[in-house]
Design a protein around this ligand. Structure first.
Ligand SMILES: Nc1ncnc2c1ncn2[C@@H]1O[C@H](COP(=O)(O)OP(=O)(O)OP(=O)(O)O)[C@@H](O)[C@H]1O
Ligand SMILES: [Mg+2]
Length: 337
């Protein structure tokens, strides 16, 4: 499929990025009769992100957060739905058409040390995007830009000759941020960027991301298991469960009046570090449904204290606005009032 034609309608100017009813299904080989099994990683998820806004995305492991982030960055093509960026539909753009947009769309990962190439120096890592996009004319200019980017993220330019294993986790995440900033991005997916850091580094990296946004006006999708942390950094928050968005509201509205029983459970859960996976998991009763055997009805009903036989066990609730302004939506047959 080809790039959108030039007369593609423009989205309203206050919108930077929009995902419309996005679904991503993965086909996996396997099963007893060698039939294909399908993982419904994301189903019917819609999201809008304004310039300079931080939208939080929260949910347990396997709920589809990273997959949704990758769809918005067009690192992955949706099975259904649309992605719009700066007023253009980019759902089926080829890599060639995406290339000029790659400068604007960046990502930070949880394990920055693992995401950085061990063999490269800090200078090479930060300079690479400048080289790829031809943004520095000479080696001297590139060196200048790298030093400036390192200072911007609070690192001494003297670290430029070091390699990732000679840096702390917090320093590695700052190097990743410097690299992401090199091309002047409009949108950065922060995929659990502080989960592997100690408490003081977490605070400092969150502060840094906030300062950078105030200065540069880019937008973030901030992904985490920890709803309380997401509420702290985001203006709006989407809660995902088993591939679906089950609640969407301003951070303030969720803090004082979460409507979905799952969101309420997350607010009361204690995130803890899972030593095997070095990531936060949320302590909730029961397990999310297996991606191979989706439950009938509401995917949360087996764990839900408010579930009734009918309709919770037979019909999937869709997102509906709780107020006339549409700012707070919940997918639940019996939401909290
Ligand atoms: N490339 C892939 N091929 C097959 N299945 C995949 C692929 N990527 C993700 N999945 C599956 O899709 C579901 C959602 O995964 P995803 O990584 O988006 O969840 P997540 O919310 O980011 O989880 P975590 O908190 O553990 O990072 C999971 O069941 C996962 O196993
Ligand atoms: Mg993930």
């Amino acid at each position: 499929m080809s790039a959108a034609p030039p007369d593609t309608p423009r989205a309203p100017p206050e919108e930077l990025l929009r995902g419309i009813q996005l679904s991503k299904f993965f086909a996996l080989p396997g099963g007893t009769l060698k039939q294909t099994r399908v993982v419904r990683a994301v189903q019917d998820a819609s999201i809008e992100i304004a310039p300079a806004e931080t939208v939080g995305l929260v949910g347990e492991s396997g709920s589809g957060k990273t997959t949704l982030g990758r769809l918005l960055l067009r690192l992955s093509e949706p099975s259904y739905g649309q992605v719009w960026f700066e007023g253009r539909e980019i759902t089926h753009y080829h890599e060639r058409d995406l290339r000029p947009l790659r400068k604007s769309l960046q990502v930070l990962f949880q394990d920055a040390a693992a995401a950085l190439d061990e063999r490269w120096t800090v200078e090479q890592i930060v300079a690479e995007p400048l080289l790829i996009h031809g943004l520095a004319r000479s080696a001297a200019e590139r060196g200048e830009r790298v030093a400036e980017l390192l200072r911007t993220v609070g690192l001494s330019p003297e670290l430029r000759a070091r390699r990732p294993h000679e840096l702390s986790s917090g320093q590695c995440q700052r190097v990743s941020i410097a690299r992401a900033l090199a091309l002047g991005p409009r949108f950065i997916v922060c995929d659990e960027p502080i989960a592997a850091l100690d408490a003081s580094d977490q605070r400092r990296v969150v502060e840094l991301l906030g300062w950078l946004q105030a200065e540069r006006r880019h937008s973030y999708l901030f992904i985490s298991h920890d709803l309380r942390m997401v509420l702290h950094v985001s203006q709006r928050v989407l809660v995902m469960y088993a591939g679906r968005v089950v609640e969407s509201a301003s951070a303030e509205a969720l803090r004082v009046g979460a409507r979905h029983p799952y969101t309420r459970a997350l607010l009361n859960a204690i995130p803890e570090v899972d030593p095997r996976r070095r990531r936060l998991r949320v302590l909730l009763e029961g397990e999310p449904p297996s991606p191979f055997q989706p439950v009938s009805g509401c995917p949360f009903h087996p764990r839900c204290p408010r579930a009734q036989l009918d309709p919770c066990q037979s019909e999937v609730p869709v997102l509906v606005a709780t107020e006339p302004d549409g700012a707070h939506e919940v997918a639940c047959w019996f939401p909290h009032g």
